[in-house]
Design a protein around this ligand. Structure first.
Ligand SMILES: [Zn+2]
Ligand SMILES: [Zn+2]
Length: 242
């Protein structure tokens, strides 16, 4: 019986590995890809190594304090961000194909590597009790067919065994494009956009695909903090350089 179970589990491992190793690299079409990326392309991804410890904004040089100017002068309502890549080639086009064309295979290597990294590095005290996908206005979601933040949160939740609060927050209204607005203008534009609709535990992570200015995550974290969250993290695939 035990031998049979072992044989079955070896067969399953083999099938899972075959699934993981087959398929071409999504960026260069190399046949020897793992989870959709070949090793040279994986090594070339723009890792966000030097960054602000709170909001993960890429920093140009390693100063004595690993914080960006904004987090220094106006600390955000979240404790830290885990954002492994910079929003640069080829990560930007991989996320674009996933988000705007619904081609999930382009996100697969990023999702697999991100969840492995979180699984390896999350301590028990950092582990969120709930993942909260950045909510999308229903109209936009309807146009696009899915909310990529929710898709990412569900993948991470399954891999890390953390529940996902898809209904926890609602986006009440659409906001006009943030680009070109001043910092105050962005915050005004975002005030009262989010509504918390479920009880929020103390330790949560907001999940998004890309963090651009950080104004949206700040506004969302502020609402979650008003609703009782004490330790809020930001988890995203990529951060736009300042
Ligand atoms: Zn490749
Ligand atoms: Zn910062």
């Amino acid at each position: 019986m035990i031998n049979r179970l072992k044989a079955l589990s070896t067969l399953l491992d083999h099938l899972v590995n075959r699934e993981a190793t087959t398929g071409r690299c999504v960026t260069c079409l190399n046949k020897r890809a793992f989870q959709g990326l070949c090793s040279p392309c994986r090594a070339d991804l723009p890792h966000n190594r030097l960054h602000c410890e709170t909001c993960a904004l890429p920093l140009a040089f390693a100063g004595p304090v690993r914080l960006c100017g904004e987090c220094l002068t106006q600390p955000p309502p979240f404790t830290r961000s885990r954002i492994p890549w910079r929003y640069q080639f080829p990560v930007d086009s991989m996320i674009g194909r996933y988000k705007y064309q619904g081609q999930r295979k382009f996100a697969r290597p990023l999702l697999a590597d991100f969840s492995d990294y979180l699984d390896r590095t999350l301590t028990d005290s950092e582990r969120p009790e709930l993942l909260i996908p950045a909510p999308m206005h229903w109209q936009r979601r309807w146009q696009r067919g899915f909310n990529q933040s929710q898709d990412i949160a569900e993948y991470l939740g399954r891999r890390l065994k953390i529940p996902v609060g898809s209904q926890a927050v609602r986006r009440k209204r659409k906001v006009r494009a943030q680009r070109g607005l001043s910092r105050d203008g962005r915050l005004r534009n975002l005030s009262s956009v989010f509504e918390v609709r479920r009880p929020i535990p103390e330790r949560v992570a907001i999940v998004d695909d890309v963090v651009t200015t950080g104004a949206t995550t700040r506004a969302l974290a502020k609402e979650l903090s008003k609703a009782g969250a004490r330790d809020i993290q930001i988890w995203a695939l990529a951060r736009t350089p300042g």
